[in-house]
Ligand binder design. Structure first.
Ligand code: SF4
Ligand code: SF4
Ligand code: SF4
Length: 317
């Protein structure tokens, strides 16, 4: 895609400046032309399939479904049914990084980092008014609302009456800042524009879901949830909610801290496990001795579940 040819696509797909050099990787030439034809309109699957078949020698319905799966198209619900519309870069990039990882990794690191920074900033801008509504008591929760303890997360899974499926962590897929477990995003939602509706996700039994959470805890991933949409198992370096919250200035409020840590120095055997587990450097080892740096702690509680001599207790705030 070159010159004017791509300009219309960049506008229709809301591609930010930082991503322009890799935008051609996001869509096929056919998909780009379809996006340019659709612009701001919405189409029924029948009309869009017919349009595609007239323009290209392909099965229209199959291509629409494929574009929806790749988050190149989104669904929109109107009074007489479900229609399709063009997605945008913001929606597509996460799916691209999650499911076309090799192509994403072929983009130079500098450009990937710029896109990652843009994503955090953009996410923070969209989240800020919602976080504010929660603070003002006008809204109950938003995504990743609370830090959950290991036990609370396992209990939540037991209490769920929805199907649970796992998808690759999209924050980690875009950021690629660490090598921690990747298939740790546990989702329950199945409506339009969800991963499930697009054809992604691995269905889990409750025991399988709990095993993922236990392993995540052991590997230093923190559990966050708003109870009815997802259970996330997040690291501190990639996680968009945690990074966006820092940008907004709501660390400790979103995800909400609900526990304080009580470190009993006399019980500590200086094994250093909490130093490895903590995502924020709140436990440090100096001269073979452990020190707890309270002001760095976000109260995620995973150090407590992973301290084998129970030197770290949690106290509900
Ligand atoms: S919120 Fe957490 S688990 Fe969910 S996608 Fe982001 S880092 Fe991964
Ligand atoms: S994990 Fe527990 S015993 Fe080990 S260093 Fe940390 S507080 Fe001490
Ligand atoms: S010290 Fe605080 S932030 Fe670090 S793992 Fe423990 S509870 Fe989480």
């Amino acid at each position: 895609m070159k010159g004017d040819d791509i300009l219309n696509f960049l506008t229709c797909f809301k591609v930010p400046e930082v991503a322009k050099s890799m935008a051609h990787l996001l869509v096929t030439p056919e998909e780009r032309k379809i996006i340019e034809i659709i612009e701001d309109d919405i189409y029924s699957i029948k009309d869009l399939s017919t349009l595609i078949e007239k323009k290209f020698n392909v099965n229209g319905e199959e291509l629409v479904r494929k574009m929806y799966k790749r988050a190149v198209l989104n669904k929109v619900e109107v009074s007489d049914g479900i229609y399709y519309k063009t997605s945008e870069f913001y929606d597509r990039i996460a799916y691209f990084c999650q499911y076309e990882t090799d192509i994403w990794l072929s983009v130079p690191r500098k450009i990937r980092d710029e896109i990652d920074d843009w994503y955090v900033t953009t996410y923070a801008e969209t989240a800020e008014p919602r976080v504010k509504e929660v603070i003002d008591g006008k809204k109950d929760v938003i995504e990743n609302a609370y830090f959950f303890t290991l036990q609370e997360t396992l209990d939540l899974i037991d209490s769920l009456d929805k199907q649970i499926y796992s998808v690759p962590c999209n924050c980690n897929a875009v950021s690629q800042r660490c090598e921690k477990d990747k298939d740790v995003c546990l989702l329950f939602e199945t409506g339009i524009n969800t991963q499930w509706d697009r054809g992604h996700g691995k269905l889990l039994t409750k025991d399988e879901a709990k095993a993922i959470v236990v392993r995540a805890d052991k590997n230093g991933l923190m559990h966050t949830s708003e109870t009815d949409q997802a259970i996330c198992n997040c690291c501190g370096c990639c996680c968009y909610p945690i990074r966006a919250s820092k940008v907004i200035g709501t660390t400790g409020i979103w995800p909400k801290r609900r526990y304080d840590i009580i470190w009993e120095e006399s019980k500590c055997v200086n094994c250093g496990r909490c130093v490895k587990i903590c995502n924020f450097g709140a436990f440090v080892k100096e001269d073979k001795k452990i020190r707890y740096v309270e002001e760095k702690c976000l109260g995620c509680t995973i150090c407590s579940s992973q301290c084998h001599v129970k030197a770290i207790k949690i106290k509900k705030i």
